[in-house]
Design a protein around this ligand. Structure first.
Ligand code: F6P
Length: 199
């Protein structure tokens, strides 16, 4: 069967600073991940019934950290705006600590209901889940292997959907950096999962 690979971008400069959102490039560690990713993927491509390797499609967001992470993957690529990270609105560029100090009310509201909390001028997890609908439809229609290089919140939503996780658990699903989550559709319609940690 074909594979669906989910991975976050390599560690970004904002990740090293603990900052939310932005459109930063990769840190040296993140660059290393981008360099290792092509070989990991190549070693995992299954063969079709007639012994040929499955075709692969690579989908990124429109943010440069995912585009740079996928730059060594030489397969047809699509950039999806729907794969961009959750919009943090007025909190974009701040650290969680700064949000807590400067907007304590917002910080509390998010803590109370992370799934439904919408950042001022930004999005909630529910918004992200909704905008991912066309992506999910396309993955399910697709016959090829698909490698999705995206972001923490978006991948929580996608993983939660494919792995049938309860909606309320989605904002706390563990999606570490430098890890490829390989999903393989099973006959009963569920997915088997294997993780490849690259650190
Ligand atoms: O910290 C990286 C990041 O991708 C941020 O850009 C984003 O706001 C956040 O993760 C999403 O995770 P959480 O919903 O836990 O804040």
């Amino acid at each position: 069967p074909r594979k669906i690979w989910l991975t976050r971008h390599g560690e970004s400069q904002f990740n090293t600073l603990g900052k939310i959102g932005g459109n930063s490039v990769l840190s040296p560690r993140g660059e290393m991940y981008a360099q290792l990713l092509p070989d990991i993927l190549a070693s995992r491509i299954p063969r079709t019934g007639d012994g040929k390797p499955y075709p692969v499609a690579v989908w990124t967001s429109t943010l440069q950290r995912t585009i740079i992470t996928a730059s060594g993957l030489h397969y047809p690529k699509v950039q999806w705006k729907a794969l961009d990270e959750i919009q943090a609105g007025t909190c974009d560029g701040l650290t969680y600590e700064q949000v807590k100090e400067q907007m304590p009310h917002e910080y509390e509201l998010r803590k109370q209901d992370k799934l439904r909390y919408r950042y001022p001028s930004g999005e909630s997890y529910m918004d992200v889940i909704q905008r991912l609908e066309p992506v999910v439809t396309e993955v399910e229609r697709e016959k090829e292997c698909v490698c999705i290089v995206s972001h923490q919140a978006v991948l929580r939503a996608l993983y939660g959907y494919f792995m049938n996780q309860p909606l309320d658990s989605v904002p706390s699903i563990d999606i570490p950096l430098h890890t490829v989550m390989e999903l393989t559709p099973k006959a009963d319609g569920t997915m088997a999962e294997t993780r490849f940690i690259v650190d």
